[in-house]
Design a protein around this ligand. Sequence first.
Ligand code: BYC
Length: 476
Amino acid sequence: MSLTDSIPNNVDLGSDRKLLRALEKWQPDFLRWWRDMGPEGFQEDQIWLRTAISVDAGGWANYDYVKMPDYRWGIFLTPRAGERKIGFGDNAKYDAWEEVPGELRGMLRRIIVTQADTEPASVEQQRLLGKCAPSLYDLRNLFQVNVEEGRHLWAMVHLLHQYFGRDGREEAEALLARRSGDQDKPRILSTFNETTDEWLSFFCFTMFTDRDGKYQLSSLSESGFDPLARATQFMLTEEAFHLFVGETGLDRIIRRAAEATVKDPNGDARNQGAIDLPTIQKWINFWVSSAVELFGGEISSNAADYFATGLKGRHHEQKKYSDHSGLEGIYTMPIVKDGRVTMEEVPLRNAMNEVLRDEYIDDCERACERWNKTIASTGLDFRLRIPNRRFNRGMGIYADFRFDPEGNLVSDAEFEKSRTQWLPTEEDRAYVKSLMVPCYEPGQFAPWIAPPAKGVKGKGVDFEYVKFASAADAAE
Ligand code: BYC
């Protein structure tokens, strides 16, 4: 099969010989990386997956059984809707760029590489999870997320190859050479080096880390560099499913936790084989505090430059804002001065990371409210919380101080004293891992997670979402 056949695309790949050659060279390296670092042990199995084969509303999501290495990783840009102008910053009202402006080349490359790096990183982080999936439904969802992260890598590599010449090709190779968690060649952003070897972390990752992806992609979809805007617009359509997996996955674990607490004579969910709510809270604290780092510094000249040049806007820049210069505005943020938290005014452009973090945190709070309704529906009086953004930070203006999950300044000693109440302990991790026993019977679910309300795309919850190549795989 030629590359133009094996890569569904709407970028006219067949007529661009240079681009085709570059991608033909990269594809075998990608497949090698996928075999080495993609889901371990399931490459020969038939997975019921959706594949994007066009950008049309009706055509983009095509469902069928596919072996993962045969997945058709396509390249799609949302079609142009007429002439487009740059929507914000100092270049607003000029025509959007179809080529990379020379003076912005370095900055744009850095943004695209940073975005691209997260995609293979997450696949690497999740590569062992299939071996302990709580159901075939969840196993299939994991693999759906994985192949789509692979497609998002293709989307960014296409931009690197098409617009950045030799530099772009080198960056594309480097994306396959870095490894999540590797001391010598780690992935670029912190969270993407965290271990994700059990499913509570997987659902936290897809809930909280992928949600950073949503807001970053949304900001990039406003970009004055039109190919980036159009590539990220289409990525967002797939990203929605990843967020669904995270939010509903946590909801199902929380439901089981609450039910088990109510049922147990001592109110001990662990005694019923579930994960208790205080443990879930610790995971939320850990993953939220890790994910909020991904928005960059609170006061950032990089962010100001990205906005000023028109490369990266705000979430819903066109829909939500009337002033697109960002020059007049002031952002008031809490900072630590003389041992106290006080408010300080920052020029809006320098606070763009914080503006995006606000949107993100509101979205997390919304989901948390839903989980609390799930808990309340069991009759249990317990509330989960999204920790304050200052809690447990390793980067930015709060990194040198300690805060409790409510955001109050505390001493190092106070923090250390409460650490085991706020963050996962080794014992908690060992307990959660002890529950990770695979459950591969169609329609069966591990005891620590409730079944979903419905299956995928009209299929039942008991549908055979994964057909194992051999009985040995299923028993593994
Ligand atoms: N870890 O000015 P600063 C996704 C670096 S997730 C390590 O404070 P800036 C997905 C920063 O790169 C979305 N390093 O921040 C989710 C800079 O280094 P350089 C991914 C960090 O630049 C799940 C220096 O520190 N997309 O799609 O304003 C599964 C000073 O930075 C971190 C993007 O991130 C960190 N946490 O903002 C799959 C969009 N934070 O460049 C996929 C593109 C900062 O001086 N990236 N640094 O060497 C960006 O827009 C910006 O790079 C950031 C940082 C928002 C990440």
